[in-house]
Design a protein around this ligand. Structure first.
Ligand SMILES: Nc1ncnc2c1ncn2[C@@H]1O[C@H](COP(=O)(O)OP(=O)(O)OP(=O)(O)O)[C@@H](O)[C@H]1O
Length: 425
């Protein structure tokens, strides 16, 4: 039965991904998937729902199937775990032809999460998650431990949630349980059919973030269906844009599709605002941060004013740091001169002067997060902090504009999101 691909036969597949090229990332636990000339013709239907599709998914890769309603995304997905039997063609997982094997046994090795979550209402959260491990004959204690581990993994407190019934969960919590259940038997392959479709946009963003985090750790092979292109570029290593009958209009990285859509159909899917969408693809640590003059709370006022004067002409703000060098407040020149007239010379900076730093961002956040934080903070820039919370630089509008338009200074980041080169062997 389908086994995870060994690290040595690993993930340096045709697409690879930015995430898979990160040096600290573990080797893929997923298995490669290949669809060969796959066709599905439903009984009594004139045209096939899926026609002659050939697609390669590398081990550990997240591939998104995106396309208009009725184009055949779900049918394609469900043929991979044989919930729908192909009319013709072949499916290979981890190098094994699974087209003819027992579909029930096959499905135990493939996690499956869907929009409606498919949780059994008469079973508790724990019973739902335990379902497949139990069917696979895991010992009771191992199943119990696994349920706890899965709940922790998707961010639900086991003590609070294991005994609840699905109807007593919010939509987002149900979807997380759905993902926990899909992952419970540690399958190398995870199929997700609009898994976050039924929740509000904020919860949806959170669930997407969580999936990205999980995937960094787990490196399953994921095939994910959505009709939301923004979700596709955020979550996917590669995106297959499908037209009618699951015909592949373009299959490439999000960057490549955003930068050069193959035709008008794909361009229509990319839609307006491709530049802003690019912000989803870059993390703060990948761009060159801007700098602003900084002073700490122990510095005398005069020093702060001097620093501001010594900064570039555009330096109209000084960032005050606390003793741990964490961003504390933004000080404008007026704030400093006002403070100077109120304080005797040589006094340290008053902590109450200026505007408190309302938002700050970590280096692992995306530039899209940075844009939102920047808009939320009145200073026209947002302070970036490192792992220890200390000031690391700022993201300002020009950082964002450069990233949106792929300015030459940002190429390094683009090259860092590559094609499986440098993959740990
Ligand atoms: N059981 C079925 N019997 C007959 N035709 C079907 C069946 N299921 C799907 N179809 C048809 O096959 C085509 C592809 O359907 P599918 O559900 O795969 O599309 P989709 O891209 O996932 O759509 P959506 O985004 O709306 O969920 C559609 O024309 C649909 O009407």
């Amino acid at each position: 039965m389908v086994e995870p691909t060994s690290p040595t036969s690993g993930a340096a597949g045709p697409g690879g991904s930015a995430r898979s090229a990160e040096p600290d990332r573990p080797a893929a636990a997923g298995a490669s998937i290949r669809l060969d000339n796959l066709t599905k013709r439903y009984p009594d239907s004139q045209a096939p729902a899926v026609e002659d599709v050939t697609l390669d998914v590398a081990a550990g890769e997240t591939v998104i199937l995106v396309g208009p309603s009725g184009c055949g995304k779900s049918t394609t997905l469900k043929m991979i775990n044989r919930l729908i039997e192909p009319t013709s063609g072949r499916i290979t997982i981890g190098g094994e032809d699974v087209t003819g094997i027992n579909p029930v046994a096959l499905r135990r090795t493939i996690g499956y999460a869907i929009q409606a979550t498919g949780l059994f209402p008469h079973m508790t959260v724990a019973e739902n998650i335990a379902l497949v491990p139990k069917m696979a004959g895991w010992p009771r204690a191992k199943v119990r431990d696994r349920v706890e581990e899965m709940l922790e993994l998707v961010g639900l407190d086991p003590g609070e949630f294991r005994g609840r019934y699905p109807r007593r969960l919010s939509g987002g919590q149900q979807q997380r349980v759905g993902v926990a259940r899909a992952l419970a038997a540690d399958p190398p392959v995870l199929l997700m059919d609009e898994p976050f479709g039924a929740v509000d946009p904020i919860t949806r963003e959170r669930l997407q973030d969580q999936l990205i985090r999980l995937q960094r750790e787990l490196r399953k092979t994921i095939v994910f269906v959505t009709h939301d292109f923004d979700e596709a570029i955020k979550v996917g290593d590669r995106i297959a844009v499908l037209r009618d009958r699951s015909q592949i209009a373009q299959f490439d990285t999000p960057e490549a599709i955003l930068a050069s859509p193959a035709d008008d159909f794909v361009a229509g899917f990319v839609g307006a605002g491709a530049g802003v969408k690019r912000l989803h693809l870059k993390r703060v640590r990948e761009v060159k941060l801007a700098d602003v003059p900084t002073a700490t709370v122990d510095d005398p006022l005069e020093t702060a004013l001097h620093l501001l004067d010594a900064g570039s002409a555009s330096a109209d703000h000084l960032l005050l740091l606390d003793r741990e060098r964490r961003p504390h407040s933004w000080l404008r020149r007026e704030d400093l001169t006002r403070a100077r007239s109120a304080e005797p010379a040589g006094e340290p900076l008053p902590l109450s002067a200026g505007t408190p730093v309302r938002s700050r961002i970590g280096v692992d956040m995306t530039l899209r997060d940075a844009l939102e934080a920047l808009l939320a903070d009145g200073a026209g820039r947002v302070a970036v902090t490192g792992q220890d919370g200390a000031y690391a630089g700022v993201v300002d509008m020009s950082t964002l504009l450069n990233a949106m338009h792929g300015a030459p200074g940002e190429r390094g980041a683009e090259e860092a999101r590559p094609t499986g080169r440098g993959e740990p062997a």
